[in-house]
Design a protein around this ligand. Sequence first.
Ligand SMILES: *[C@@H]1O[C@H](CO)[C@@H](O)[C@H](O)[C@H]1NC(C)=O
Ligand SMILES: *[C@@H]1O[C@H](CO)[C@@H](O)[C@H](O)[C@H]1NC(C)=O
Length: 974
Amino acid sequence: MRSFALFAVLSAFLSLPDVFAVKSHDFKTCSQSGFCRRGRALSARAQEAQSSWKSPYSIDPSSIIFSPDEAVVSASVKSSLYPEIKFGLELRIHEDGVVRVLMDEIDGLRQRYDEAAYWALVAEPQVSKTVSWTTGKKDLRAVYGDKKEFEVVVAYEPLRVTLLRNGKEQIVLNGRGLLHMEHFRTQTAKETTEEVASDESGEGQEVLQVENVRAWFEGENEDDYWSETFSKWTDSKPKGPESLSLDITFPNHGNVYGIPQHATNLSLPSTAGESPSYSDPFRLYNADVFEYLASSTMSLYGSIPVMHAHSADSTVGVFHAVGSETWIDISYPTAKSTQTHWISESGIMDVFLLPGPTPDDIFAQYARLTGTTALPAHWSLGYHQCRWNYVSSDDVRTVQRRFDEEDMPVDVFWLDIEYAKDHKYFIWDQKTFPDPVEMTNDVAANGRKMVVIVDPHLKRTSDYPIYQEASDMGILVKPTSGEGEYEGWCWSGSSSWIDHFNPASWDWWISKFKTTKLDKGFSWIESTEDVHIWNDMNEPSIFNGPEITMPKDSVHYGGWEHRDVHNINGMLFHNSTAAAVRARGDIPKRPFVLTRSFYAGSQRISAMWTGDNLGTWEHMAAGIKMVLANNIAGMAFAGSDVGGFFGNPEPEMLVRWYQVGIFSPFFRAHAHIDTKRREPFLLDEPYKSIIRDILRLRYAMLPIWYTAFRENSVTGLPIVRPHYVVFPKDPAGFAIDDQFFIGSSGILVKPVTEKEKTEATVYLPEDQVYYDYFTQYAYRGANKGKHITVPAELHQVPVFIRGGSILPTRERPRRSSPLMKLDPFTLRVALSKAGTARGELYLDDGVTYSHEQGELVWREFVAEQPQRKTTRISSKDLASAKPERAVDGVALAKYDPKNAFAKEIAEVRVEKIVVLGLSAKPSSVKVEGGKGMELKWEYVPGVAASEKKDGSASVLTIRDPKVLITEDWAIVIS
Ligand SMILES: *[C@@H]1O[C@H](CO)[C@@H](O)[C@H](O)[C@H]1NC(C)=O
Ligand SMILES: *[C@@H]1O[C@H](CO)[C@@H](O)[C@H](O)[C@H]1NC(C)=O
């Protein structure tokens, strides 16, 4: 029964260790996908016709209706090709200036899927009450914004929607006339239409004309309208053609980013126009791509249809809430403009135009739509040790012991699919895991957690209670017929899948994770609240399905086809799981769920990783770009597997990969079942000690990461930030995706992703001092940007502190992060060329939701020069100053600095302050308002921040300054 699974394992094995090849023939190219082919052919015809091309879609001005408050405007749209078909257009301008453009077929034979936004959006957006529309002869317009800088123009004929700022075109919909919403028809529709047409006109001639025009626009033949065959699979397409083609142009923006997930450059390469970089469009169709390529437009496991368009002048964005397979062509007709063409298989048009005009505005606008990353459990920012598979509970114990013996910090041990008897998730294999609760408790005794895999395929056997209960409840996905249970093959052999679109599945799924006995049905009494969950294979991956996934004509709740919801499917699974993990105990605790498949909105719920990468240098580099792309698309809690899933990386590669991993929001090492064991304690020296230091660096920096997660959870600003986000006006940085900043901390990282490197080149974008994190060497940037060459031997990862930053770290090595709770802090004050600096620190219990009640500490550190030769470093309570900004989603009216959490850490000190770049040796260092006592300090002279030269920075080290982290204080250096 497991032959298929075995085959998959075997073929993976055969291709190891060095020869990797994606099975491209398992996945469609655009030319093998009917609707994509039709969309591209439409674009080719438009190209050929040039200026004579005209969109057949137009607005009937007499149909324009405003809602009573004028906030929503709607109109009828007609296509000259099908005069009898009705379309409706609706525009809404949100309070924050986002413009939502919806279009649907009205009174059609069937309904287009219109629930993608329902799943993606955090709430129904507030529509502006102050916008007023004016209708003219040729168009409909609204001017809005604080300075009336924005304008939306909706042209009637042909239909065209333009967003302008200060009179300059930002985003144009249907500017190239590629809009096409294929209407529902019956298979004999051709004749019917002719009859209608001849009834109306009474003339055969006109019918012919209409047919010719249709052919001119839609092509001569009905290309795969009614069924489609790929390899051995046939998609029955019971609804016929219903695709949506839409061109979106950014006339004044020369770079576009986003639409994860693809293994490609952050600044998206072209797929169309003159000499494109790739031949196929970027594809969004969640898929389990075995041994994926390191540079490709192929679909991967998750899809977020959001794109940023950027120029030195402005950043704008579009989010298309569509859940079906979507292909996106990108071309750059000039260096300063971008054309895109979005082709989706089904669903309504539901496009949000994000007006920016800065990257930070785009993040805020997108976050108001789809939400931000929920503040994760603090421990989940630690190091995760995974492998397919730790084979027994004693194996887990041994691995834990070895980490402790080697003084290597780790927070989480993971179990892949082999813990589960016959891959029946929740059911421990008694032979190898006879004592799962004791095993978890042994791990938890050191403050650690377990993460255990629960995949969506349910083995179809009556002795598997999860399957049997779901089957009895009728909540499994149905086959094409709409009756019975869809059956496919996965790790567990013959399997079925829960339909999480069915609300009846939600409470039931939550009950399966309860750690106590239920009156009725299975619950996971053989687990504890220290077990968190990994949702893999949720694209869903189906070994014998078309493109390794579910047939598109399978049926979900409400009668929707899998086609309509495919890209959303994985999100609903991890959403249900997270709700279940959260609901286990008496006190809700922050769930950790890792998902492979994701959609817009997934960031609210789970962390993601970039799936089954390869142990190659190319994949190491690609992982950085992918994590950045996910971050700008809202999916911030992201990482790629350290070491690469497939293959046996040599020690040098493994070291470099850990250096990449510690600078990812999510930090996990993982390995395929056929790889050699590669836990860091197994390495020889010097590799072992280098990795120990790298792990410790991650743990030292946890306060920086957690502070960045807080900011992301409130503002949507990414946790790892590419250059264009931090320096939006510096064109030299627009395509940079191999170095990046961490939150607002001022840390700049450039991991080394090539073999045998001893140096790295780093781009400094401004005239500012950047300090080497380790050596405190000061590098001075330049106004128009500057490249520096820095040492990067194997033990060195290029990390810099931007002048003007204050970094809080915790430098005492511990076995796991919860053991650091009462550890003292070190502050690195990296003075700017003006002699100032600023930083933040956010802390809470890291586990519960008590922060939503104000149990938190949020501090601001400032260094300033009140007088020449005097530097004052102070700490103040930011939570009291901005209670409404402290926590996502809850506006604390007031903040009590003496809250229960603050009291718990009341004794936590600052044990060391390091000031970089002072211009001279101080004569005194004292706590302000203290008893005039001189603190213990030492000064090593060197380059001052104000000096325009490179060299070892001056370093003032203040030891035990006798100040507490929860208190206001100031230290005066004079
Ligand atoms: C990605 O960027 C690199 C560096 O700019 C460039 O050399 C490469 O050609 C780009 N890749 C594609 C597919 O355009
Ligand atoms: C997540 O699950 C909750 C019920 O637990 C449901 O209300 C919500 O709509 C779901 N959201 C998504 C995105 O699946």
